[in-house]
Design a protein around this ligand. Structure first.
Ligand code: SF4
Ligand code: SF4
Ligand code: FES
Length: 353
């Protein structure tokens, strides 16, 4: 069947600078063809000037991520005919939230800088990896490599660890990342703040914070709790929705946040917001936005939020902040909290035993 592709074109280095436009190409689509196959066909047969990235053609290397009909996807993993039938069009554009270099090629330097920032290598607890401690499935290879300093900056394979199955499962999803950038391309927080560390680096950060052998968890979490860090995520869930490898970046961000709170890293707006939210539901059975703002931002900074609060009030988005009524069945909410506390204590007793 004949399909019309509309492909984003732009050449900032060319004459006249970048004036983006969509260029149409008609191709003969065959069953089994991917979007990447279609791009190759255009480049080979119709227009050699078209630029795009690819390498493995097998959803492994992560280099062919582009926007297809508005959503970030791997071109080599997306079936052309199925995509066309779903949308009655094929529009291919560069990944959002990235500077365009040419056509579908974007600048990945900021992406790698952020990955580098989280120090994507293991800093094992001293003495954790002794010769005796290495499990039968893993091996001495890992012990030897890390003990002499080789591979300190590499990603550690699951099969070379001494951690148990449960511990492996905890970091399994974050280990599946192929660094394609689809999550960053879909991230709403990154769209408004280019300094936001963004989901790919945060998912990778959990790979190490969640590793039982990691010796610098607290230091990592403190760094991730700084401005533009993990608390700036607005939980829109796009990263998880568009990740082609089921890494579930938002899940890893939630794990990082929970671990930071567990480790007592509370001196930041994000942790304070969580605490005030828990406190508010416990106290009145719902969110008391006015009190939460004061607890999160402190008195002075909260004053600046008053116009915003009034606007919310006018649109019925904020219940009366001063005479805030408890919900009717507040006692039931309190019982839930008591039950949680009871279960927590039971778990602690079990662990102590
Ligand atoms: S959930 Fe957070 S990190 Fe993920 S895309 Fe949304 S804002 Fe970005
Ligand atoms: S988390 Fe998923 S979407 Fe993000 S870079 Fe890794 S594989 Fe790609
Ligand atoms: S070309 Fe490697 S992931 Fe698509």
């Amino acid at each position: 069947m004949k399909i019309k592709l509309k492909i984003f074109r732009c050449d900032p280095m060319g004459k006249g600078g970048c004036e983006p436009f969509l260029q149409a190409y008609d191709i003969e689509a065959k069953n089994g063809m991917t979007i990447l196959d279609a791009l190759h066909l255009v480049k080979d047969k119709q227009d050699g000037t078209l630029s795009f990235r690819r390498s493995c053609r097998s959803a492994i290397c992560g280099s062919c991520a582009v926007n297809i009909n508005g959503f970030p996807k791997l071109a080599c993993k997306t079936q052309l005919i199925a995509e066309y039938k779903k949308n009655e069009a094929i529009v291919i554009e560069p990944l959002s939230n990235h500077r365009i270099i040419k056509d579908l090629v974007v600048d990945f330097n900021p992406f790698w800088e952020k990955i580098n920032k989280i120090e994507p290598w293991l800093n094992p607890v001293k003495g954790f990896l002794t010769e005796e401690d290495v499990s039968p499935i893993s091996g001495k290879a890992f012990f030897k490599e890390t003990s002499n300093g080789v591979n300190r900056k590499g990603t550690v394979s699951h099969h070379t660890s001494s951690i148990g199955k449960q511990a492996i499962l905890k970091i399994n999803d974050s280990s599946k990342c192929i660094m394609c950038g689809c999550c960053n391309g879909a991230c709403n927080a990154l769209e408004i703040d280019k300094h936001f560390i963004a989901p790919a680096a945060l998912a990778k950060a959990w790979r190490f914070v969640g590793d039982e052998r990691e010796g610098e968890k607290k230091k990592r979490l403190e760094k991730l709790s700084e401005e533009h860090g993990m608390w700036d995520c607005i939980r829109c869930i796009h990263c998880t929705q568009y990740c082609p490898k089921d890494v579930k970046p938002l899940r890893q961000i939630e794990r990082l946040r929970a671990e930071a709170i567990k480790q007592g890293i509370l001196d930041n707006n994000g942790a304070r917001h969580v605490e005030s939210m828990v406190d508010s539901v416990k106290r009145v059975g719902r969110l008391d936005e006015a009190a939460m703002t004061f607890k999160t931002l402190g008195f002075l900074r909260s004053l600046g939020m008053i116009p915003f609060g009034l606007k919310m009030e006018m649109h019925g988005k904020m219940p009366m902040p001063l005479i805030f009524p408890q919900i009717e069945k507040i006692e039931e909410v309190k019982k839930i909290y008591e039950e949680i506390e009871k279960r927590k204590r039971q778990v602690e007793v079990k662990v102590e035993k």
